[in-house]
Design a protein around this ligand. Structure first.
Ligand SMILES: Nc1ncnc2c1ncn2[C@@H]1O[C@H](COP(=O)(O)OP(=O)(O)O)[C@@H](O)[C@H]1O
Ligand SMILES: [Mg+2]
Length: 253
């Protein structure tokens, strides 16, 4: 359970002007729930994820995971950023094994799991390659493997598929849904893509800027398992339209 309670974040900048990145943001995310965040650039989506990740602290309000206030990064939380953030000096397998190394749990089971995930992500045969030898999309797939390898109970994903081509993006969405179905976890997922949000999420949180805040929370009641074929259905289109309406400030018709 993730509790985000009346969170405000103000960044103080060099020139003395404050940036009100988030104001009065409250939402509880149930265990194993998949929540997508959408909204224009600068509305505080990344800041909100970084708060839950313990990478920044709120100016006021509180974030709790399973009842404990977040004070820093936690081992039971996996994070995927928009740009792949692999360690340049370690090969792909060692990068994926990194969480186990930190937790001092690097054993054969860990290696088998990492190798299995890399295969799922289409990176079989690249285990010993260095990050710079792989395309951006391949590096990002490796970064997703790294976030999943120790089976965290919470997964934070900040536009994880943004750098991928459309086809890989669809494949990765389906793969993520499969992994989430097999090994349920709480997922907070930021995306620019409204169809992606509708396809994946139990709830879509629409955010707005200046100050960054929640405008609307839409529960997506499409049956699971979901597939891209559903995108053409009236129900799917209706959800997408409602979300667009909230983002662009029009009442949905
Ligand atoms: N470290 C920081 N210092 C100053 N301002 C920041 C910092 N991080 C984010 N901001 C500002 O906070 C606002 C929200 O940013 P961000 O959370 O990245 O939005 P989003 O991910 O929705 O595009 C923006 O105006 C951004 O410039
Ligand atoms: Mg962002």
């Amino acid at each position: 359970m993730i509790e985000i309670n009346n969170v405000e974040k103000i960044f103080e900048t060099q020139d003395g002007t404050d940036v009100h990145a988030l104001a009065g943001v409250s939402i509880d995310v149930a265990p194993d729930e998949f929540v997508a965040f959408v909204g224009p650039s600068g509305c505080g989506k990344s800041t909100l994820l970084r708060l839950v990740a313990g990478l920044v602290s709120p100016s006021s309000g509180a974030v709790r995971i399973d009842g404990t206030p977040v004070t820093g990064p936690r081992q039971d939380v996996g994070i995927v950023f928009q740009a792949p953030t692999l360690l340049p000096w370690a090969n792909i397998l060692d990068n994926v094994l990194f969480p186990f190394r930190i937790m001092r749990r690097l054993d054969r089971t860990a290696v088998e799991r990492a190798v299995g995930l890399l295969e799922l992500a289409g990176l079989k045969g690249f285990e010993r390659r260095m990050p710079r030898e792989l395309s951006g999309g391949m590096q990002q797939r490796a970064a997703i493997c790294r976030a999943l390898v120790h089976d965290p109970t919470t997964l934070l994903m900040d536009e994880p598929f943004g750098a991928l081509d459309a086809l890989t993006r669809e494949e990765m969405s389906l793969e993520l849904m499969r992994i989430w179905t097999e090994r349920p976890k709480t997922i907070l997922f930021v995306t620019h893509s409204i169809p992606e949000a509708v396809l994946l999420a139990d709830r879509v949180v629409v955010m707005g800027p200046r100050p960054g805040r929640i405008l609307e929370i839409i529960t997506v009641r499409l049956p699971r398992p979901r597939s891209f074929n559903q995108q053409s259905t009236a129900e799917f289109q209706d959800y997408a339209q409602r979300i667009r309406g909230h983002i662009f400030g029009r009442r949905p018709n």
